[in-house]
Design a protein around this ligand. Structure first.
Ligand code: HEC
Length: 176
């Protein structure tokens, strides 16, 4: 029993000693301390003030869509894909897997991994609702976005958007 008590007291004294040494080191030997390095103290720098004209942060998405609509108005109306149907379908499938599948699912059923964090959930692209949309409407969704689909006009060429529509249509036919 005595031994245990002695050990406990000894451990307490040792820990207090270590603590004192570290505290002294921290408060007196400032040179080379990591927390003195400027890159670790960005919160102490004054924040940069952004010029209000740089980003339209009120309804910026809406403004961007309006701008795109004005600039690309003629792209609102898809042209029939040129070249062979098979080549367009292959391109459509590839571009679908690149731009849509993470939300709408590899099988177009709306079960993409990323999409499951959205509300409302991504549309089932082979379902009735999307089957009933006209090509123009789907083209507009891809180009300028829907409530949750991002506007992809600046990422996908007109040809690529048309090819995706063609692919979605072919999958809708298979599903019915
Ligand atoms: C970031 C996730 C995401 C991506 C990427 C995405 N979508 Fe969507 N999409 C959604 C969600 C969520 C909805 C359901 C809510 C809504 O209507 O916006 C939706 C809805 C739709 C609709 C139905 C719109 C309506 O009016 O009912 C269509 C058509 C569509 N997406 C097509 C596409 C196509 C084609 C692509 C690829 C070019 C694509 N989406 C990429 C998330 C996404």
């Amino acid at each position: 029993m005595k031994k245990v008590l002695f050990l406990a007291v000894f451990a307490m004294i040792a820990l207090t000693g270590v603590y004192t040494v570290i505290t002294l080191y921290d408060s007196t030997m400032k040179v080379g301390r990591m927390n003195q390095t400027p890159v670790l103290r960005p919160h102490e720098e004054p924040l940069l003030v952004m010029d209000k004209r740089l980003v339209a942060f009120h309804k910026s998405e809406k403004l961007m869509k309006e701008k795109l609509m004005k600039e690309n108005y003629k792209n609102m109306f898809p042209e029939m894909p040129t070249g062979s149907l098979k080549a367009s379908l292959t391109k459509g499938e590839k571009d679908y897997q690149t731009f849509c599948s993470h939300c709408h699912g590899v099988n177009l059923d709306g079960l993409g991994t990323v999409g499951q964090s959205f509300f409302p959930l991504p549309a089932n692209l082979t379902g009735k609702k999307v089957s009933d949309l006209r090509d123009k409407e789907i083209f507009s969704v891809i180009s300028y976005g829907s409530e949750k689909t991002p506007a992809l006009a600046s990422s996908m060429t007109v040809e690529s958007r048309n090819a995706v529509i063609l692919y979605v249509r072919s999958m809708q036919k298979n599903a019915h």
